[in-house]
Design a protein around this ligand. Structure first.
Ligand SMILES: [Zn+2]
Length: 215
């Protein structure tokens, strides 16, 4: 079974997350919005009692070194609402900028808010991506009928995480979990995530992969 994980939005808690994943030699995909990273870290919103900050432009390369970077659009709009011109800009310019920044191919896309329609899918494909991740939960994830509707197994905090993991393992399929590191609001949650990562790493039937490696 291949295990992939997908983390969205490029927030400051990704620093701790990326360190944790490196310690466990776990692959991951980070979905970024290049239009929302500025010279300094920027306050984005509140998540409960917590302030969510985006990383600064200059620290991205070092923080995400070694991980798959995927395009999450330029500014995180709901893509089905956009005009064709704005849609192209959000999808195509964003991919170009990420490839310039990271000097690596950006092959994946992740729909902001999970929002897509046929025009959005076509814009993502035309911009050179090979897959696009949705927030649709499905079992099994593969085989795909459409690489621009790549589904997920569950969120990282899903109570049925291990049940779904075992289902994917039983069919030697793919297990994909996703989330945002800002959802980790206390030490107990960080410890629980680290336990999951360690347990997957110790499972001889599981192999970490990037999402792009599935295509
Ligand atoms: Zn997002």
């Amino acid at each position: 079974m291949k295990v992939v994980q997908s983390w969205d939005d490029g927030v400051v808690d990704d620093i701790r997350l990326a360190d944790l994943l490196r310690r466990h030699q776990a692959s991951a995909t980070f979905n970024l919005n290049p239009g929302l990273h500025h010279a300094g870290r920027s306050f984005s919103w509140r998540y409960g009692d917590k302030e969510v900050w985006r990383l600064s432009r200059d620290e991205l390369i070092e923080i995400y070194a070694g991980f798959e970077i995927a395009n999450h659009s330029l500014n995180h709009p709901n893509l089905p609402d956009l005009s064709p011109t704005d849609l192209r800009r959000e999808v195509q310019d964003s991919r170009r900028i990420l490839q310039e920044w990271f000097r690596q191919p950006v092959r994946g896309f992740c729909y902001p808010f999970g929002g897509f329609n046929p025009a959005v899918k076509e814009a993502v494909r035309a911009a050179g991506h090979v897959y696009a991740r949705t927030v649709t939960e499905c079992e099994p994830i593969l085989p795909l009928t459409d690489p621009f509707e790549f589904g997920v197994s569950c969120r990282f905090v899903d109570p049925s995480f291990w049940t779904r993991y075992e289902h994917a393992k039983a069919s030697d399929g793919v297990f994909c979990f996703w989330g945002h590191s800002y959802e980790l609001v206390d030490e107990a949650m960080w410890a629980e995530l680290e336990d999951k990562i360690a347990r997957i790493g110790a499972d001889p039937a599981a192999e970490w992969a990037s999402i792009e490696a599935l295509f």
